[in-house]
Design a protein around this ligand. Structure first.
Ligand code: HEC
Length: 293
């Protein structure tokens, strides 16, 4: 009986599978000849990579590594033949509409962003090898000082161009705050035509109890990796008042006496009740034994 049902389901699923097989994903005629309007260059490929890393990588894996999630049907690797056999328009349609475990991105990504992802996928098309001339990374430098009563970080950025140093104008500087686990992006700011920028430290910034923050400044990946740190900026007054949740979890020497007292009172009280109950049980047992006829 059970075997018949299982066999039935298996046959049914097997019949269903070809309908969802990778080679038979039908695409409406009008998409086939559509051409990606996004130019194939480093900047667009980088933009596409950022979108891919956020929205696609969790299932499709790192392109070329064939480390996609083991779903049925499987998400093809971006560099695979299955993926690259699609025309631009076919990719556009499939990403917009989705199928089975593949989500539709029509409502979550703009058309422009979907075309950028396709530009990134095309980076792994064997026919495109050598077409993308890797630009040499630019050489930037950042300097910074704390300004204006510890309320700003004043930044000067320069670029080395053929043995000359020129101001690095209209360029984004990323500002991060050092945390115990990694660095938190707290803002970004664009330099003016003189390569200067002034980052205003947010007044409501979360700080450690000493009120200090280490700021780390960096450029985007058009540049050779460069960072500049401004350490120990006294963003707020050191915090001397004691917050309750911190006390509970931090070391004993900052614990307040009333808290310790309450804690031990509760502890002793609890054990006293348990001890009393056990005592009563023993008494009952003894009574029971003594009263046996
Ligand atoms: C939740 C997992 C998941 C996510 C996230 C995901 N995909 Fe997919 N994708 C799949 C699966 C599974 C398939 C196979 C679907 C099928 O063949 O029915 C697939 C198939 C595809 C195909 C069709 C390949 C073919 O058969 O021709 C393309 C193109 C594609 N995905 C691109 C993307 C892009 C681009 C993103 C991000 C914007 C993305 N996918 C995000 C799971 C996912």
């Amino acid at each position: 009986m059970n075997k018949t049902i299982i066999a039935g389901i298996t046959i049914w699923l097997a019949g269903l599978y070809p309908a969802f097989g990778a080679d038979t994903w039908p695409v409406p005629e009008e998409y086939n000849a559509m051409v990606n309007p996004v130019e194939f260059n480093n900047q667009n490929v980088r933009a596409g990579r950022d979108i891919y890393d956020k929205n696609c990588k969790s299932c499709h894996g790192d392109p070329g590594n064939y480390n996609a999630l083991p779903l049925v049907p499987p998400p093809p690797d971006a560099s695979s033949e299955i993926m690259q056999a699609n025309s631009d328009g076919q990719l556009f349609y499939k990403i917009n509409i989705g199928r089975a475990a593949m989500p539709q991105f029509e409502t979550t990504l703009s058309s422009d962003d979907i075309w950028r992802v396709i530009t990134y996928i095309r980076k792994f098309d064997p026919r495109n090898v050598g077409k993308l001339v890797e630009e040499a990374l630019r050489k930037g430098k950042i300097y910074a000082l704390v300004g204006n009563n510890n309320s700003t970080i004043d930044i000067v950025a320069e670029e080395e161009v053929m043995d000359n140093t020129i101001p690095l104008s209209n360029t984004i500087i990323f500002v991060r705050a050092r945390k115990t686990f990694g660095n938190l992006l707290v803002g970004s700011i664009t330099t003016d035509e003189n390569g200067r920028a002034s980052y205003v430290i947010p007044p409501d910034m979360k700080v450690k109890s000493d009120g200090q923050v280490d700021f780390i400044l960096s450029l985007n990946d058009d540049f050779e990796p460069v960072i500049f740190s401004v350490s120990g900026v006294q963003v707020k007054q050191p915090n001397t008042s004691v917050e309750l949740p911190r006390v509970l979890w931090s070391t004993n020497d900052r614990t307040q006496v009333w808290l310790l007292f309450t804690y031990f009172a509760a502890l002793i009280g609890g054990w006293a009740v348990i001890g009393y109950v056990i005592l009563q049980i023993f008494k009952l047992a003894r009574l029971g034994r003594n009263n046996k006829p």
